[in-house]
Every structure is written in structure tokens, then in C-alpha cells.
Design a protein around this ligand. Structure first.
Ligand code: MF3
Ligand code: CO
Length: 249
């Protein structure tokens, strides 16, 4: 784990985060019935390069694409392909950028056309859980205060949080210490200090929390086949409110 302290380091992390946010926004507005996840991946690749970044996921442990695109019961790490998105699907887009040795990582779930009410409720609860987790990212708290806030909200809405994938420190690597689970009792784990950079990323299932990885070695799906949503931001802990680097102003 590195602490992001100087103004110059914060500026570089912020630029990485901005490229992530802009690319995700462009993808979000491109998600329409009939587009393929492969087309979204190519859009992401070109936007990231144009802005002077590198796709952080491409080549990471052999991952073949710039984004993860996880449709419906797919939880995370769906590989972009020729699959056409259909009206009523939901798709989670996860995107990472390296900019001059600093990383940004964020994800969101969006509806293709219009989703049904159950899907909208799941997406909303997951995004709310993310923001409640971010609200705990203040000095003096511990990592699991974030975890607990996420879990409490997701479960209060009748959903369950995925256990086998977690958020993480980020900075000069895509994944650094500490792990940031989306479940657990409050008050445990490393204490949060100013300058820590974290990727907080709840994955929330409509049914139970169990997931498995498909034979492609990447795509995680819910075992019960029900929907899953995923939202993520990269934040830096400050003296006050966390800086959310992957959110557009
Ligand atoms: N945001 C994802 C994570 O933090 C990154 C996916 S890893 C990759 O786990 F291999 F798909 F790149
Ligand atoms: Co991440």
C-alpha cells in the first residue's frame, strides 16, 4: 500500500480517475439494445488511449480486454464478446486505467433500454451501498466500517453481498493492500489514514451470495442464476470527506 500525499501524486491519481470516469460515461450512454459488449470494449480502448492512459485490465493476469462486461446473472469479469445486449438486460461495466504509473478503477451497472422494477431496485441499492461505504472512508475508521455499511444497506433492501470478490487498495498497482470486503462486523481491519487510496466495489446479488467462475476462467456468475449489480469508485482518504476520483464533477 502506498499513501498518496503530495499534490503532484494526487493530481496524477486524479487524472487516472478522470479518464476512467469519462470513459465509463461514454460507455453508459452507448449502452443500447443491439450493441455488443465487444463494441463497448473497443470504445473504451480508444477513449483511454486518446486521453493518454493505458487500459489497466488488458494483460492483467492474462485478461484479454479493456473492460469487464457482466450481463444479468454475471457478477464480475465478464469478457467482452460478440454478444448483443437486449432490451431489459442489465450490464455491469468495470474499467481500469493506468496513467503515468497511477491507477484508477471504477464500475457501474446500467440497464439496456429500460429494466424491470426488480432490476432497478437492485441497481439502486448497490449504488447506495457504495456511497454509504464511501461515507465511512474517513481517518480513524477501520476498513470493515466500510464493509459493514455496504452489507447492512444491501441486506436491509433484501439483497445479498458477494463474498469471494472484494475491493482493494490502489495506487501504483491496480490491486494493493488492504482488501476491502463488502461484508463483516464494524471496527475490524487496518485503520484508515489520510492518503490511503481504495477501490470500494460492492457486488450485490438479487438472490443468495454464492457465485462460481465459468470455464472461461474469468466470468463469475450467480449460482442461483438471479441478477447481480456492481458499482465501484476509487477514493483517496483526506482529513475530511474522501476524494472520489472516478466521479465526473
Ligand atoms: N475492477 C476489477 C477488480 O478490481 C478488475 C478486474 S481484474 C481484470 O478486481 F483482470 F479483469 F482486469
Ligand atoms: Co477494482
Amino acid at each position: 500500500m502506498i499513501l498518496i500525499k503530495g499534490a503532484d501524486e494526487i493530481a496524477l491519481m486524479s487524472e487516472a480517475g478522470r479518464i476512467v470516469a469519462e470513459a465509463l460515461e461514454a460507455i453508459r450512454t452507448s449502452v443500447v439494445p443491439g450493441i455488443t459488449t465487444g463494441e463497448l470494449d473497443r470504445l473504451a480502448y480508444h477513449l483511454i488511449i486518446k486521453k493518454g492512459g493505458e487500459p489497466a485490465f488488458k494483460g492483467y493476469r492474462g485478461y484479454p480486454a479493456s473492460i469487464c462486461s457482466s450481463v444479468n446473472e454475471q457478477v464480475v469479469h465478464g469478457i467482452p464478446s460478440g454478444r448483443k445486449l437486449k432490451q431489459g438486460d442489465i450490464v455491469s461495466i468495470d474499467l481500469g486505467v493506468k496513467y503515468r504509473d497511477y491507477y484508477g478503477d471504477a464500475a457501474l451497472t446500467c440497464a439496456v433500454g429500460e429494466a424491470n422494477q426488480a432490476a432497478k431496485d437492485l441497481m439502486r441499492a448497490t449504488e447506495e451501498a457504495l456511497w454509504l461505504g464511501i461515507g465511512q472512508a474517513v481517518p480513524g475508521n477501520r476498513v470493515s466500517d466500510i464493509s459493514h455499511a455496504v452489507q447492512k444497506h444491501a441486506e436491509a433492501k433484501g439483497f445479498s453481498v458477494v463474498r469471494s470478490f472484494v475491493g482493494h487498495g490502489i495506487g501504483r498497482s491496480l490491486h494493493e493492500e488492504p482488501q476491502v470486503p463488502n461484508f463483516g462486523p464494524p471496527g475490524k481491519g487496518p485503520r484508515l489514514v489520510k492518503g490511503m487510496a481504495l477501490a470500494i466495489e460492492p457486488m450485490v446479488n438479487a438472490g443468495n451470495w454464492q457465485v462460481k467462475v465459468l470455464d472461461d476462467g474469468w466470468t463469475a456468475v450467480t449460482i442461483d442464476g438471479r441478477l447481480s449489480a456492481h458499482y465501484e469508485h476509487t477514493v483517496i482518504i483526506t482529513d475530511g470527506e474522501p476524494l472520489v476520483l472516478t466521479k465526473l464533477p
